[in-house]
Structures are given as structure tokens and as C-alpha cells.
Design a protein around this ligand. Structure first.
Ligand code: ADP
Ligand code: MG
Length: 300
């Protein structure tokens, strides 16, 4: 019997996924930022959840407001990464008896603040006792089928582009205050026509492995083009994670157009190219090309 450590997070997920059967209402199940569900009429539902655990995703002492903001923020980010809009969320909360009511109130305020900003209706959840704080948000969104973007559509020749800047999310506090890139995604989807997209939670190097594998392509990242947070090293930008930016593969024609002319609020940069071979993820630096291996956070 292999251990959790041997399998790793994605080995464990694969084990679950292999045993799951879904009916025809499911367009895409396990494996993307959100599941895609057929709805009556010409729409798809998007369904995802993300869990935060005290001591793993935030420290004891992190203000409740920030935990509430982040808990819904990372779910909104997953819906944005599919090209859709978030609509409804439930919030399940595990609390130690020692948790203060002030913390809980602040948590509620953070949650409501980001929900209001992004038009998300909070419609339920669950509250239980737990040895440490655990927050699990489930989110429901919608997307027009023509705007749906999976991780699997990148083709050779596409430009790899990223929103914002990467790295140093923990020390800077960005991982608690980020603004999910919903506006950016909704602007880009009809105009730049991304062929594949995902949000960056585990670190560019780790996350790109999924995009490359699911699209059956290679990805070459140009080290000099990766936009870094001020003060962040290249290693941080590539591996640290919790950036909650969007990475996407754009057809070169539309990429050229949006990179040349776009609104001021949209930060988008090219960082690489999709290639047919070699498969996998590569980093080009000083004329040398080497494999870009995932070194991000490991759960097990
Ligand atoms: P993200 O970081 O975008 O939220 P994850 O890396 O957490 O995505 O998960 C990858 C994929 O595996 C997602 O499609 C998610 O729904 C699925 N997944 C994760 N854990 C489980 C599980 N325990 N059972 C079934 N599917 C899971
Ligand atoms: Mg995601």
C-alpha cells in the first residue's frame, strides 16, 4: 500500500477520480478548476470548492476578515479560470470552542465584502466544532458554453500569458487580500479567446504541469519575461504559489491584439510559448532550456 507522501496530493485525487462514475449531465468532472454541468437552455453550471485550514493556509492570529475574504476569493478565482461568473456559495465552518465571537464576526464581514463585490449570493453552509479553524466554501457559477475555457485546449504556437505579478504572496500578504481576476477573465474570454486557462494556486511551475499534461503539449517559459512582485526572486515567482493570477494559452493573433491595446486596469504579459514537443514544462534562461519541475507546497 503506497503512503500519502508517496502518492502526493494529485496521486490521491487520481485514486478517487478513477473510482468515480458520473452521468451525462456532467460535461467535465474532476480535474479542472471547477466541474462543468449541463443546464437546461444554453448554459453550463460551474461547481467547485476550496478548503482552508488554520496552520496550513493561514496562521492562528490571521484576522477573521482576511480569512473570510480569502476563503471565498479562491473559489471566485476558480470560477474566473473557467471563463464564468460566480453566483452562489455555501460556507462551512469548523471552529474550536476557544474561537472568539469577534473573530467570527470579522470572518463574516470579510466574506460578505468579497461576496458583494463579485455578486455572489451566500446561501447556506454548516457550522461545527473542530480542533482548529477550518473553512470550506463551495461555489456555483455559470458560463455560456462558448466562453467555457478548460485546462486542456492549448495548441502549439499559442502564447502563454499571465495576469498581474507573481511571487512573495505570503510575506506581502497578497495571499490574504488578492482580488480574484474575474474582471480580467470576462474581458479576455470573448476578445483574446483563450484556448486553455487556469488560476495559479500552487505556483506557476506546478500549475503549468497540469495545463501542459491536459493539453498534451509542451510549454516553454522565458525566465526573463515572468513578471515578479517587487522584491520577489525568480524562484519565488515560479514556485511559491498562492498568486491567484490567471495563466492562459492565447492564439497568437488575438494575443497580439490584446497585448497591444487593452484597458489600463488589465495587466497581462506574455511569458512563454506552447510547443508540440518536447512535452512537459521548460524554462528558458540565458539561451539554455531546462525542465521546470514543480517545487511548490506539498500537502503530504
Ligand atoms: P484548484 O487548486 O484549482 O482548486 P485542486 O488542485 O485543488 O484545484 O484540485 C484539482 C482537481 O481535483 C479539481 O478538479 C478538484 O475538484 C479535484 N479534487 C480535489 N480533491 C478531490 C477529492 N477529494 N475528490 C474528488 N475530486 C477532487
Ligand atoms: Mg484553480
Amino acid at each position: 500500500m503506497p503512503t500519502l507522501h508517496r502518492l502526493g496530493e494529485f496521486g490521491v485525487i487520481r485514486r478517487f477520480a478513477q473510482q468515480v462514475r458520473v452521468d451525462r449531465s456532467v460535461v467535465h468532472g474532476i480535474g479542472d478548476d471547477a466541474a462543468v454541468i449541463h443546464l437546461p437552455g444554453r448554459r453550463y453550471g460551474l461547481f467547485a470548492s476550496d478548503m482552508l485550514v488554520e496552520g496550513v493556509h493561514f496562521r492562528r492570529g490571521t484576522p477573521g476578515f482576511r480569512v473570510g475574504w480569502k476563503a471565498l476569493g479562491c473559489n471566485i478565482s476558480d470560477i474566473a479560470a473557467m471563463g464564468g461568473v460566480p453566483r452562489y456559495a455555501t460556507v462551512s465552518l469548523g471552529l474550536p470552542r476557544s474561537a472568539s465571537l469577534d473573530w467570527c464576526d470579522a470572518f463574516g464581514r470579510g466574506l460578505r465584502a468579497i461576496a458583494k463585490r463579485f455578486g455572489v449570493n451566500l446561501v447556506g453552509g454548516d457550522t461545527v466544532r473542530s480542533p482548529r479553524i477550518v473553512v470550506d466554501v463551495a461555489i456555483w457559477g455559470e458560463v455560456e458554453p462558448r466562453h467555457l475555457v478548460l485546462r486542456s485546449g492549448a495548441v502549439p504556437g499559442d502564447w502563454l500569458c499571465v495576469t498581474g505579478r507573481l511571487g512573495d504572496s505570503y510575506r506581502s500578504g497578497k495571499h490574504l487580500r488578492f482580488v480574484p481576476r474575474l474582471r480580467e477573465a470576462r474581458y479576455l474570454v470573448p476578445r483574446a479567446k483563450p484556448r486553455a486557462m487556469m488560476d495559479l494556486s500552487d505556483g506557476l511551475a506546478s500549475d503549468l504541469q497540469h495545463l501542459a499534461a491536459q493539453s498534451g503539449v509542451g510549454i516553454v517559459v522565458d525566465a526573463a519575461m515572468v513578471p515578479r512582485t517587487r522584491g520577489a526572486t525568480l524562484q519565488q515567482a515560479l514556485h511559491e504559489g498562492e498568486d491567484f493570477e490567471l495563466v492562459m494559452a492565447l492564439p497568437p493573433e488575438t494575443a497580439r491584439r490584446v497585448l497591444r491595446r487593452h484597458p489600463r486596469w488589465l495587466a497581462l504579459r506574455r511569458i512563454g510559448t506552447v510547443v508540440r514537443a518536447p512535452r512537459g514544462v521548460w524554462l528558458e534562461q540565458g539561451g539554455r532550456r531546462e525542465r521546470l519541475l514543480p517545487k511548490g507546497f506539498k500537502h503530504f
